[in-house]
Design a protein around this ligand. Sequence first.
Ligand code: MN
Length: 449
Amino acid sequence: MIINSLREWLKYLEKEEKIKHVTREVDLNFELSAIAKKLDGVAAVKFKNPRGYKIPVVSNIVYNRQIFAEAMGTSVDNMIKKYGIAQNNPLPCKSVSASEAPVMENVITSGIDLMKLPIPMHHEKDGGHYITAALLIAKDPETGERNVSIHRLHVLSKNELGILILPRHLSHFYQKAEAKNQPLDIALVIGVDPLLLLASQAIVPLGVDEMEIANALKEGKQLLVKCQTVDLEVPSEAEIVIEGKLLPKVRKMEGPFGEFPKYYGPASQKPVIEITAICHRDNPIYHTIVPATNEHLLLGGIPRETTLYELVRQVVPSVKAVHLTRGGTCRYHAVISIDKRFEGEGKNAIFAAFTSSQEVKHVVVVDSDVDIFNMEDVEWAIATRCQFCKDSIVVSAALGSKLDPSTSNGISDKVGIDATVPLNASEGRFERIRIPGEEDIKLAGYIDN
Ligand code: MN
């Protein structure tokens, strides 16, 4: 079964008993995100009664690697491969009319008030209420090519959102529009299925349409509908669509905001979106992502692992697996296992990893006997299989993550560690100890009751 809407996904979670219900009234300020965070990695959660609202809020809708794999209809081990195939074979989406699109059941163009939506305040020092799970859809003002991305969105007034635009694809569109002093049409899509969320985070070149990657993952089921007040198309099965314009030459204070590296992204003057319409399904469901939870980290991490794997495979065909670790915020720390065939391949894998995304900062390459999802095993390889003077690379002042507080506004050092065993090591020197028969011992048969 291919999941094609948030509602279908919630139904699946219900059936599998993977979602918790909170009927009690819950405050949008901190209480809601605190409860969701307690369930991080454990279960999805539906808040039926956010205080003062009739719209329910869901969070943690994908909360570990296993549940991502289930959403993709595959195994954890095969997830990256399946995502890679979709990423390499984007599929144009079909369109439906507004009357066929559930998201257009209700269209509001006057009396707009963003806080009629249950938009939570997540962290102690956040500058206000933040939309965290909206797909931002925009088109290149020159080529018309579409881009989909997720941004933090600060509710500044009834009809204004402050936005953080990192130096990625949307920033190119915005620079072009702003140079002509023109607004950039945008649509914010809230309440979609995990496949669409994952596709929005694909690490692909500018010009590749993430919506078409979603459609490839969904084998052609992704339908789009025209917006009401902007020249864009949005997923017809979404819960809520906020339409608006990114204003040229306007800046307002945005932030601070508790971000994925578990620090506050600072407040500063940022671009502003003016809202022109809010469309929603009957009885809409609002989705919020609590920053730095598995939902947040893995949504970015799995697509990044896909691109990381493919790039490493180009230079080291014997790459076995890659892992962007949770401790490294699923962005900064890459661990790669290879079956080394030629001396030096470990270093080449490091070069490839650095090119896979701006955020990759520290890379460790190990042999395939090391379980890269077990950080104790990875640490053991670093401890016993490398000497930093010959086995490490340090690159100074490359572009990294602006949200890493140890960088100088994103200018970051990069470090690679080759913890693979030298091919010419003498026989037995790096042989892992083992006890014959240990794997087959069933303790229950030996221990006295
Ligand atoms: Mn893009």
